[in-house]
Design a protein around this ligand. Structure first.
Ligand code: FAD
Ligand code: MG
Ligand code: MG
Ligand code: MG
Ligand code: MG
Length: 549
């Protein structure tokens, strides 16, 4: 390790009895106070660990409601919860800083923070157990001019977007503004047809329709335009087909201009340049004058997670996420001391390996050589059943195991030969490289890890904290993590689109809006947040949005 100070004793260890009691407990350090980190904190017993959260943001953010904050449906304060408040129950500590690197052998996290003079301070925080839950960053996809675009990840982003929208509306109202300039100022563009982009476009449409005539009577509805640029042929393309069709129909009715098969090339301050694939396969470059652009085209790794992957070298080969085993232990790190959860991580299932071993056993049963065997559909069904049983978390990615058989039986012989099978397994593996980057998943992993750490604290009483057996204990004492897919929800206009997976989807209706909100109410962290949101909705219902910045 480098020659840096080590934060061995925290100054507030003597603040109260609770903290004093935990002073000599195993040190549990959690990097990140988002969905994963907070779900874990909520699950932990009060007196088992000496807990420290390290994060550059000192609040938890209720992200599913962030699009509503951009247009003032919700106040931004209602979406956040101070981490220190959450830590109170377990007598935990908070350090406002960013993790930079980890020395796995010495069990030290290097963190940094900028001081008042703009100088970077570096120091180490020691741990017995480390949880990496640092989330993700917006994916720039190498596009030029993103300094002219807005992102939607954090509460400050929501504020900046809100101010920009209002500023544009005010500028458009000036008597000196020309017709062309007004149309440009009122041209809003969303790049990315995933849930965030779709929800934002829907919220924006609501704002422009519900509050504009009231507050900006000078602006004409037909001068306003909302555009959504999507690289795939459909918006919400990872959802059920029905859901994505419903959203498209909805947008078509509302005159939200959906541009599919389009890739953004450059964002300028006053226009966006993109190429659109034509039905005949040719590419045509187009330009759109814009007054605002939201960039929401998916996520990628934080710098810290990239550093970790580099440190662990060959153990970490997935470029999109840190790999863990099914017990959420970071692959390549000393067993039982480092975990990764949430957006920054993915679980290695080794489904393909498992399928191969099942196939071997089938082959031997038939007295055949697995390499030359022809696999019949009935055999495949057996394999598929086995996969579903062993890897329930994988099933949502593999909804149509039966269909895969037909798809990969290229010569339509009704059997798969070894080559066809190999291609099929490659596809399964690539589909399973990542679990979805959702609050739902981060929350499940946080809860799982919290329960496990609670159990291990009890089992390891009497054991040395650094005992090697601790690592094995981990897997022996607690079941593997299983992801449960409860469906994705997206908010479209004044109704929700429900995607519950396995072909269960509902669309439309006001009841859906309330059902959708109550789902998130239940997920919300505290009674305080719930009250604040309810008050915001009531206020908006009564008085409309506050359009000022
Ligand atoms: P995060 O919640 O992002 O938390 C990461 C934490 O780590 C933050 O506190 C951050 O400050 C901290 N951090 C970052 N770098 C470091 C570092 N170097 N050292 C220490 N700490 C660090 N999901 C759904 O399921 N449903 C939805 O409706 C939904 N809507 C969304 C809407 C928007 C606008 C966005 C942006 C996301 C939405 N998501 C939704 C996705 C969901 O928010 C993420 O999947 C979830 O936040 C992931 O949780 P996490 O704990 O991995 O990361
Ligand atoms: Mg987190
Ligand atoms: Mg968060
Ligand atoms: Mg994470
Ligand atoms: Mg065949």
């Amino acid at each position: 390790p480098k020659n840096l100070p080590i934060a061995d004793v925290l100054i507030d260890d003597n603040d109260n009895n609770g903290k004093r009691e935990n002073q000599d407990k195993p040190k549990l350090v959690i990097l990140g106070g988002g969905w994963g980190g907070v779900a874990l904190l909520k699950e932990l017993n009060a007196n088992d660990y000496h807990v420290t959260v390290i994060s550059p943001t000192n609040y938890f953010l209720f992200t599913p409601m962030l699009p509503s904050a951009t247009v003032g449906t919700l106040e931004s304060r209602s979406l956040v919860e101070p981490i220190r408040r959450i830590l109170g129950r377990i007598h935990g500590h908070f350090i406002r800083a960013s993790a930079e690197e980890v020395c796995f052998n010495e069990k030290l996290v290097e963190v940094s923070q900028t001081d008042l003079n703009g100088k970077k301070i570096h120091f180490y925080v020691p741990y017995d157990k480390l949880v990496i839950a640092v989330g993700s960053v917006t994916n720039p996809h190498g596009v030029k001019g993103l300094e002219n675009a807005f992102f939607l990840k954090d509460i400050n982003d929501a504020r900046m977007i809100r101010n920009k929208i209002i500023h544009n509306l005010e500028l458009a109202c000036l008597p000196t503004t020309t017709d062309t300039e007004r149309r440009r100022l009122l041209s809003f563009c969303v790049s990315g047809g995933g849930p965030t982009g779709v929800e934002f476009a829907a919220e924006l449409y609501d704002l422009l329709n519900e509050d504009l005539t009231r507050n900006f009577p000078r602006l004409l509805r037909n001068e306003i335009s909302v555009h959504l640029i999507q690289s795939r042929s459909h918006i919400l393309n990872t959802y059920d087909e029905e859901v994505s069709k419903y959203a498209e129909k909805r947008f078509a009715r509302d005159h939200v201009d959906v541009l599919t098969n389009s890739r953004v090339q450059e964002v300028h301050p006053d226009k966006i340049v993109f190429s659109q694939k034509q039905p005949d396969g040719s590419l045509v470059t187009k330009e759109l004058p814009i007054g605002f652009c939201l960039w929401s085209t998916g996520v990628s790794q934080t710098e810290f997670a990239q550093n970790i992957a580099k440190t662990l070298g060959d153990f970490q080969t997935n470029r999109r996420a840190l790999e863990t085993d099914t017990h959420l232990r970071l692959t390549g790190s000393p067993l039982g001391s480092v975990y990764a959860i949430g957006d920054c991580s993915t679980v290695q299932n080794n489904v393909a390996d498992h399928i191969i071993s099942v196939l071997r056993s089938i082959a031997y049963k038939h007295g055949k050589d697995p390499e030359t065997m022809q696999l019949h559909f009935s055999d495949w069904r057996r394999v598929a059943m086995e996969v579903k049983q062993r890897f329930p978390q994988a099933v949502s990615h593999l909804r149509r195991l039966d269909k895969l058989f037909e798809e990969f039986d290229k010569d339509q012989s009704g059997t798969l030969d070894f080559g066809e099978l190999r291609e099929l397994l490659a596809q399964i593996d690539s589909k399973l490289t990542s679990l979805p980057a959702t609050a739902q998943r981060a929350n499940q992993q946080g809860v799982y890890l919290g329960q496990k750490l609670n159990k291990m604290a009890h089992l390891s009483k009497g054991l040395e904290v650094n005992d090697v057996r601790d690592g094995d204990l981990d897997a022996a004492a607690f079941k593997a993590f299983e992801y449960r897919h409860f469906g994705s929800l997206a908010y479209v206009g004044n109704s929700a689109v429900f995607d519950l997976g396995e072909g269960w989807s509902f669309t439309g209706g006001l009841w859906a809006v309330y059902a959708w909100r109550s789902v998130y109410f239940a997920q919300s962290v505290s009674f305080r947040t719930r009250c604040l949101m309810a008050m915001d909705w009531a206020k908006r219902g009564l008085f409309g949005r506050d359009l000022m910045s």
